[in-house]
Design a protein around this ligand. Structure first.
Ligand code: BT5
Length: 335
């Protein structure tokens, strides 16, 4: 009920809606309306009350929440259900649990901070409170486990586009899952799946974007390698002469990320994964570069020449021959 009231307040903002209109339209007593308004205030909505005019939505909460993320989002699949928590161990961990319990495809789990944010291969994702975007999406693609990379490809393209929209700069993608802007990592993607031999039961795609960290906020080992939306805006001078809130807030960035992901994922499910790969390639920081990667205990060097339709990296090895790499750590010379 409170969200029905919130919707009516939003539709009338910045004007007032009388308690009488709210109670009549929603067919509840004035006391219920009053209680719901109290609950919304408790969720940090700023609502003004006037005995003559009724209620007016004056300001949204500073922190994103599930309702605001989903309100008028306009996506097809992504964000059909949205859960937002101030703090979680890892959004991927909860999303996997919900997926195993049968949640609807497109369910989003987002958090204001993570106490055990995860990267690939057991690594850590720094997830300080209120400074980044940490979310995971449950997907149920009709693909074979060997094709799972296309999900990371689709998600990294979506994230890169959303980040570009926020920074006004062009980001690039280092295969398979790092998004770099101004030469530093701004976003990482962790795709995990549950599968049988020939089909994926579900995939959880976790996306972490640094939003407001300045250099000093990163741990020592990341200071030279990591950046954030606001740090890039500040250093590119794009905020000069502009109001401090010129960059979209975290809420807007989350919403544009989900919209972009809805588009790229729809392309994958409609059999247009090749188009996604083509667009991804145009942003690749890996293709055409000399790279090295570990394989079977040793290190192989070569030149990255292509990405397959399933998102594998094709490498022309220095010692001759070609190799398709599925996963693992790739070092790109010069990055
Ligand atoms: C990744 O792994 O880049 C995947 C990160 C995915 C994070 C999201 S947040 C929402 C969801 N829930 C989770 O628990 N995870 C996902 P990888 O390629 O392995 O990179 C990890 C490495 O990036 C670390 O070892 C650090 O060197 C570096 N790193 C850690 N935190 C960072 C940050 N905030 N910004 C930039 N680099 C970071």
């Amino acid at each position: 009920m409170k969200y029905e009231i919130l919707k009516m307040l939003k539709e009338s903002a910045p004007g007032f809606v009388s308690g009488e209109v709210l109670s009549k339209r929603l067919d509840v007593s004035r006391t219920v309306v009053w209680k719901c308004i109290g609950e919304l205030k408790g969720e940090n909505y700023k609502i003004e009350s006037s005995s003559k005019k009724g209620y007016r939505l004056a300001a949204l909460p500073e922190e994103p929440n599930g309702f605001e993320i989903g309100y008028g989002l306009g996506t097809g699949v992504i964000g059909r259900e949205i859960f937002y928590y101030d703090k979680l161990d890892s959004t991927n961990t909860l999303a996997k649990k919900l997926a195993a319990e049968g949640c609807i495809e497109g369910t989003v789990v987002a958090a204001g901070s993570q106490t055990a944010g995860r990267g690939r291969l057991g690594r850590t994702w720094e997830s300080p409170e209120g400074k980044g975007i940490y979310l995971s999406v449950v997907l149920r693609p009709a693909i074979a486990p060997s094709e799972i990379h296309i999900i990371t490809i689709a998600a990294s393209l979506a994230a890169a586009r959303a980040i570009d929209g926020a920074t006004g700069l062009e980001s690039g993608i280092k295969w398979p899952n790092d998004i770099l802007a101004g030469g530093k990592k701004i976003c990482g993607i962790l795709t995990e799946m549950n599968c049988e031999t020939d089909r994926v039961n579900y995939a959880v795609c976790g996306i972490g974007i640094n939003y407001s960290q300045m250099t000093g906020d990163f741990p020592e080992e990341l200071k030279d390698r990591a950046t954030s939306v606001l740090s890039l805006k500040a250093s590119s001078g794009k905020t000069e002469g502009m109001p401090a809130d010129a960059a979209p807030g975290r809420l807007e960035l989350i919403r544009s990320l989900l919209r972009e992901l809805d588009l790229t994922y729809a392309a994958v499910t409609k059999g247009m994964g090749q188009d996604i790969v083509r667009l991804w390639k145009s942003r690749s920081l890996t293709l055409g570069k000399e790279i090295s990667f570990s394989s079977g205990g040793g290190t192989i060097s070569g030149r990255a020449i292509d990405i397959t339709g399933e998102g594998r990296l094709v490498v022309e090895c220095d010692g001759g021959g070609k190799k398709e790499i599925l996963s693992g750590e790739v070092s790109v010379r010069g990055l």
